[in-house]
Design a protein around this ligand. Sequence first.
Ligand code: NAD
Ligand code: ZN
Ligand code: ZN
Length: 346
Amino acid sequence: MRAVRLSGWGGGPALTEVGRPVPRGPEVLIRVEAAGLCHSDLHVADASPGELPYRLPFTLGHEVAGQVAALGPEADGPAVGERAVLYGPWGCGSCAHCAVGSDNYCDRRGDLDWHGVGLGRDGGMAPYVLVPSARHLVPIGDLPADQAAPLSDAGLTSYHAVAGLRHLLHEGTTAVVIGVGGLGHLAVQILRATTPSRVLTVDIREDALALGHRSGAHAGYLMRAKTARTLKAETGGAGADAVLDFVGNSATLELATDVLRPGGELALVGSGGGQLTVRKPGFLPPGFRLSLPFWGTRPELAEVIALARSGALHVETETYPLSAATEAFGRLRRGEVRGRAVLVPD
Ligand code: NAD
Ligand code: ZN
Ligand code: ZN
């Protein structure tokens, strides 16, 4: 089978012939129906040698939905033919966090040479993917695969980030979403569906702001020198209660800390490499809180899928055959994808 593999750091992913895996022990073989393309795939492909603990080569694809194709002799749970989405952050499987489905915060993460499916372990940009255990599968029923796949990261990560801010986001509050791409447009929808907060968006692209508007944002602003002032004025001068930064470069971190009101919280999700200086006395708002959410938990993934099945979430997708992966990666790199690009095995 042909898979989108990374075989050298900085060299970019390439379609490569590999054997179809055979499930052993508790493993489950999934026939892939769709795999989402995340901006993190670019960060991984562009990483310098030694920056990530992953061993090469491996197949990319950490947002995966499909059908159970075969079970190892000790696999329990799903039946052949059942449709599921993969819970992607695979931890050690035995620490206290993994035991409750919080593999995203596995206590042994530092000892593992992977972060999950398609991140150091063979992922779903292939016709088939091997899952180490049925506990990583969440049933999707008849949810279309191009919707289900992005929900497992773009949806789940946004949901987890919003969950961490929910205590602040009551009636009359404002949340700002910076970067309305694959994650950001779902964060807007999740904020609207699960909090009474007003939602403002910021992006460098007009079409991303339009997507934010269609996703339920109350207003959107292009990233400009005076954007912080505009956003503050929009909140009546006090500032925002929460900021979700899906870019994470120096400019967006500066904007985030400028617009937060005292006691506000910044959830930094984007891996843009920006730095924030913490100092007292300093320029951060008093009571400022920062969180660094990573992906989400397995129970939260089930909640995201339920929310989508209820009609509250809609992923804006661009679909490409797996054989056109290089073209899809190029569009993502040039900032041309609206919503999420999804690969479908041809
Ligand atoms: P994306 O490319 O789909 O979207 C990024 C959006 O940000 C685009 O709309 C782009 O126009 C906008 N943008 C870029 N520069 C900007 C700037 N300076 N100001 C305002 N907007 C700007 O990316 P994505 O797949 O949604 O991922 C977003 C980020 O989140 C990436 O850095 C990715 O690596 C990271 N990520 C983190 C986690 C986690 O668990 N923490 C999970 C998934 C992705
Ligand atoms: Zn991702
Ligand atoms: Zn663990």
